[in-house]
Design a protein around this ligand. Structure first.
Ligand code: GLN
Length: 200
């Protein structure tokens, strides 16, 4: 039975736990989602989700709880990781001036640079259909909330989604990051894709 650890320090944690449950039911895979607040709870997990919220807070709390180093080590050893919105920021190698100024901790697991709140004040939150290249052709309902975007990708990072000329989804080997919130929709395709990565 698969165990998916959702980093539960701040942000949309219960929404991801519910989304994993729906995706498990939809895919017929057996597993559970666990709310991770202590590093020991990550022992033996098959996958890790870093939710949306406030990336500065999530990064700092991951450091304080020592979850930060464990996630980094597990991801480097091949455990699949899904980061959404703030989770995308935390996964990045480089950030914009705001990230540098606040010195927020970045896991540096993905060859991407990120811009926080990339869609500006006028469009703080919105929903838009987007195409995700690793899924089927059907558009995915992208829920964007003060969303970041990826400015540059290099190395092994591949772009999997774009919107308004900005990169909003990236995959690098065992790690996926999206700027939007798949857990806030009833579309379970991205979570199901992630669960299959965790199952392999
Ligand atoms: N703008 C937020 C950040 O960078 C992310 C917003 C979100 O996760 N909904 O922390």
């Amino acid at each position: 039975m698969m165990r998916i650890g959702v980093i539960g320090l701040q942000g949309a944690v219960s929404e991801h736990i519910e989304a994993v449950k729906r995706a498990l039911a939809g895919s017929g895979l057996r597993g559970e989602a666990i709310w991770v607040a202590r590093p020991q709870q990550l022992e033996g997990v098959d996958g890790i989700i870093i939710p949306g919220g406030e990336s500065t807070t999530i990064g700092k709390l991951m450091k304080i709880t020592e979850i930060f180093d464990i996630v980094k080590r597990l991801a480097e050893s091949g455990v699949p990781v899904l980061g959404t919105c703030a989770g995308m920021v935390v996964l990045a190698k480089r950030g914009d001036e705001q990230v540098m100024r606040t010195k927020q901790p970045l896991l540096g697991l993905m060859d991407i640079s990120v811009v926080r709140n990339a869609f500006g004040r006028q469009r703080e939150s919105f929903e838009a259909d987007i195409q995700i290249r690793i899924l089927d052709e059907r558009p995915f309902p992208g829920v964007f909330i003060r969303a970041p975007a990826v400015k540059e990708v290099w190395g092994d990072a591949e772009v999997i989604a774009e919107f308004m000329g900005k990169i909003v989804g990236v995959k690098q080997k065992n790690i996926i990051a999206v700027a939007f919130h798949p857990e806030l929709t009833s579309d379970t395709r991205l979570h199901e894709y992630f669960l299959r990565m965790c199952y392999e």
